[in-house]
Design a protein around this ligand. Structure first.
Ligand SMILES: [Cu+2]
Length: 148
């Protein structure tokens, strides 16, 4: 009877060990993603990176030259959609989510990234001029004057 108990205990502890093993091996899949976030300067960089560093995100960086955010996150902990929303919430547009005009308008002057990019492209076609959009273009340039 005692021997049976011993082997039963042994069996139990082996079982527990294997359970622990399985949970330890639970796959942590890390995903690296890149997406465009509109912004201008170093202040934008800080703001964007800070808001991307949520629970489940391993690293986040934003390049002010390329406007690309690179985020490494743990699969299942956070979604790419959420990351887009986060930056939109602090005033920065992505290709998925646009910041509300209200939040955008509260950004410091140098962080007001150019939202008239589409208009600009139109202006590049020199065969026809839109005087209104031309003005917007110049206003956009002035807003960025404090950025380097
Ligand atoms: Cu900025």
């Amino acid at each position: 009877m005692k021997a049976l108990n011993k082997s039963f205990v042994l069996f139990l502890s082996l079982l527990m060990l294997s359970v622990i093993n399985i949970s330890a091996q639970e796959e942590v899949v890390k995903i690296t993603t890149e997406f465009k976030v509109f912004g201008n300067c170093g202040m934008c960089e800080e703001r964007i990176e800070k808001v991307l560093m949520v629970d489940g995100v391993e690293s986040a960086s934003w390049d002010k030259e390329t406007k690309m955010a690179t985020v490494v996150y743990v699969k299942g902990k956070v979604t790419e959609d959420q990351l887009h929303k986060n930056v939109a919430e602090v005033g920065h547009d992505t290709e998925k989510y646009k910041a509300s005009d209200e939040v955008y308008s509260k950004l410091p002057g140098c962080c007001k990234f150019d939202r008239t990019e589409d208009v600009k492209k139109e202006n590049d076609h020199k065969d026809h001029k839109h005087s209104d959009s031309h003005d917007t273009h110049h206003k956009g340039d002035k807003k960025k004057s404090c950025c380097k």
